[in-house]
Design a protein around this ligand. Structure first.
Ligand code: GLA
Length: 362
């Protein structure tokens, strides 16, 4: 018997680098995703093949080593994580097929991990609940692959709801789907095609900086610095770098909450300035943008976007713009012209439609 599940990539509407600070994020699933098809075997081997990669990669379940497997490590990590938690598992044949661009900040890795985890759960009738599924997929990525990501991507891949954004409270790990109807408005994704491949060290540096700042301020996470206390908190930190990190995280949490309030009130158009303010904060305070990202944001705003920002971890990847649907072609042309002027590699532009989270496929 084979079982197939599809899990999506995501864009983040707003709330960047807040997840590992126990704060708030507002991602939504995109149409692009990864489909995992799994089948039990009569030996103890896990074999992972991908339509997009060379392979298969094979390993015996009892001998899985964190850090191994290359691209297949995301799938091996799911099996390792289940075995570590004491489950008896048969060998498994896993086949994956993904149309999420890799290295574009659209969470191709969370799509892969979550499609495999949900398919294995279903095939073996493990009955994992939502919290266990989140913990499993995070362990695969954090502890097996060794990517210190913060959990938002997996939540988006697992729990997103069509036509909604997913309000994530990263302390309680609870989520609420907030309606985000897009008819007169569209979210345009600009994939800068600058891969965020060297971003690992910079991501870790910010994460450790935020943790250090929280320690010095005597809070368990930067989530606990109230906006009204921000100036006092900044005054207690000596280093400019830590002050900038704190200012970004505290103001970004606040922007997420204001965005959610506006969407709850049905006023999608009004969130534009918050998106743009988020970009400015990432550019000037958190310092995770690169020229390709800033040029795309400026071109979108000049072309009539209500708001625009980079999305994801930074140092490459994608920008999103909130636009009147009828202005989409003009905005794409404006970004392409700006990239041409700068001699950047031509961007890839496509609309993002809020899509469902992980689901079984026929
Ligand atoms: C990456 C990580 C996420 C999150 C974002 C920034 O996408 O995987 O956990 O930290 O960066 O918001």
């Amino acid at each position: 018997m084979t079982v197939s599940w599809r899990a999506p990539g995501r864009v983040n509407l707003i709330g960047e680098h807040t997840d590992y600070n126990a704060g708030f994020a507002l991602p939504f699933a995109i149409e692009q995703g990864c489909t995992a098809t799994v089948e039990a075997r009569h030996d103890d081997v896990v074999s992972v093949a991908s339509r997009q990669q060379d392979g298969p990669v094979e390993a015996s379940i009892g001998r899985l080593q964190p850090g191994s497997g290359g691209w297949a490590g995301y799938a091996l990590g799911v099996v390792w994580s289940l075995a570590e938690s004491g489950r008896e598992l048969p060998g498994l044949t896993v086949e994956v097929d993904s149309d999420v661009p890799v290295g574009s900040g659209l969470s191709s890795s969370a799509a892969l991990v979550c499609s495999v985890a949900t398919a294995v759960d279903d095939l073996l009738d493990l009955g994992l609940d939502a919290d266990e599924m989140l913990a499993l997929t995070r362990r695969a990525e954090n502890d097996f692959v060794g990517a210190p990501t913060g959990g938002m991507d997996q939540l988006a891949a697992l729990r997103s709801v069509e036509s909604h954004v997913l309000f994530c409270d990263m302390r309680s790990l609870t989520t609420r789907a907030v309606p985000f109807p897009l008819d007169e408005l569209a979210v345009l994704v600009v994939d800068t095609r600058a891969e965020h491949q060297h971003a690992g060290g910079e991501y870790r540096r910010r994460r450790e900086g935020c943790e250090e700042a929280a320690r010095r301020l005597g809070v368990s996470a930067l989530r606990d610095v109230a906006p009204d206390d921000l100036d006092a908190a900044l005054a207690r930190l000596d280093e400019d770098e830590l002050r900038r990190y704190v200012r970004h995280v505290v103001t970004e949490d606040e922007r997420v909450l204001r965005t959610v309030d506006l969407l709850d009130a049905g006023d999608s158009r009004a969130i534009g300035p918050l998106l743009t303010a988020s970009h400015v904060s990432m550019r000037d305070d958190f310092r995770i943008t690169i020229p390709q990202l800033d040029v795309a944001v400026d071109a979108l705003l000049d072309a009539g976007a209500l708001g625009a920002r980079m999305t994801g971890g930074g140092f490459g990847g994608c920008v999103i713009g909130l636009l009147p649907t009828k202005g989409m072609d003009e905005a794409i042309a404006a970004v392409e012209a700006a990239y041409d002027r700068e001699s950047f590699t031509a961007p890839r532009c496509f609309p993002a439609r809020p899509s469902p989270g992980a689901h079984r496929t026929p």
